[in-house]
Ligand binder design. Structure first.
Ligand code: SAH
Length: 324
């Protein structure tokens, strides 16, 4: 039994069944605070860890939108920056385009903050989106951040809970599941309100669906394999599909302008991943096959190209980011 499972069973004994939301919240805060889960030796890999091209194209898109907005003073903000790889690649490209913004990371994990400090010296960290400074327009990036925030599940109108059963944990009901996420809604609302108040854009990149609909999308990943959600609490990554229709609705209600979602593969192609891959391969012919494998993994519809989507939020007076 994992340390967190023991604690959760005690909590259930004291309080009664806990919601899926409380379970996911407890698991992920334990999980992210006790390890660096990314990369070959970890549990999962993300787009910026697959190739530098991902962060570079994000940086190019942000530098372009900033230039078209007449080059104001801005802040770069990243939500859940992992190892800081995306920010480091994006900032390199932004600096070469004359944009060198102060960097703000919203990150709860001390372990990952240490990795981020190494990748991006001079960043400032915040515990919550609401703690970000509100004095300058923001260029916000969130890659695989919303999928880690807790969700609620309902079956025929009744909230789904986790109970202690036998030697382990079990769900208290099954059936057609409807998912909602107050934590995600709050995060999107806070970002959108920040943009509307002072200007800027946000690129929200994640896996999920373009239209709201029922379905159980809660999943666990351990060692690059899918696992049972209730197994090994706190030792595996729990995520769920992002409902992009809902994200767009929350942002629109807050007054932001919304573009997308676009599929990640098409978006990266419109931003120029093909010529970037060729340029990298020409500079390092011994890595040509590896670069092409990474490009295909990010773009092909049967890999990350279609399931992963990009949504842009912006102040109504800011230009539309390229690729959307
Ligand atoms: N964006 C990175 C990492 C994705 S993993 C990448 O693409 O590689 C999810 C990230 O969100 C981790 O950095 C994790 O510590 C952070 N995170 C998870 N829940 C969070 C929360 N409630 N508040 C702030 N950060 C959170």
């Amino acid at each position: 039994m994992t340390p967190l499972e023991r604690a959760l069973r005690e909590r259930i004994r004291a309080e009664g069944a806990i919601t899926v939301e409380a379970f996911m919240e407890a698991c992920n805060s334990y999980y992210y605070s006790t390890r660096d889960p990314l990369g070959a030796d970890g549990d999962f890999t993300t787009a910026p860890e697959i190739s530098q091209m991902f962060g570079e194209l994000v940086g190019a898109a942000l530098a372009d939108v900033w230039a078209r907005a007449s080059r104001p003073a801005v802040r770069y903000v990243e939500l859940g920056p992992g190892r800081g790889t995306l920010a480091s690649d994006a900032l390199r490209v932004m600096r070469s385009a004359g944009l060198d913004p102060p960097v703000h990371f919203v990150e709860t994990s001390d372990t990952l903050r240490a990795a981020q400090r190494h990748a991006v010296p001079g960043a400032t960290w915040h515990q919550h989106i609401g703690d970000l400074p509100g004095d300058l327009p923001l260029l916000v990036v969130a890659n695989e951040f919303l999928d880690a925030l807790p969700i609620r599940q309902h079956v025929a109108g009744a909230e789904r809970h986790v109970v202690a059963a036998g030697g382990g944990l079990a769900f208290d009901r099954d059936g057609e599941i409807v998912e909602t996420s107050p934590a995600r809604d709050a995060a999107v609302q806070a970002v959108a309100e920040g943009l509307v108040a002072i200007g800027g854009v946000a690129l929200i990149i994640d896996y999920g669906h373009a239209r709201s609909g029922p379905g159980d999308t809660l999943q666990a990943v351990k060692g690059h394999r899918f696992a049972a959600v209730l197994d090994q609490p706190g030792e595996q990554d729990l995520t769920s599909h992002v409902d992009f229709q809902r994200v767009a609705e929350v942002a629109l209600t807050a007054g932001a302008t919304v573009e997308g979602p676009a599929e990640q593969g098409a978006w990266l192609e419109r931003l120029g991943i093909m010529p970037r891959a060729r340029m990298l391969a020409n500079g390092a012919p011994e890595r040509a096959a590896e670069i092409e494998t990474a490009r295909a993994r990010l773009c092909r519809p049967d890999q990350m190209g279609s399931l992963f989507k990009v949504l842009a939020l912006r102040h109504p007076d800011w230009p539309t980011p390229a690729g959307l």
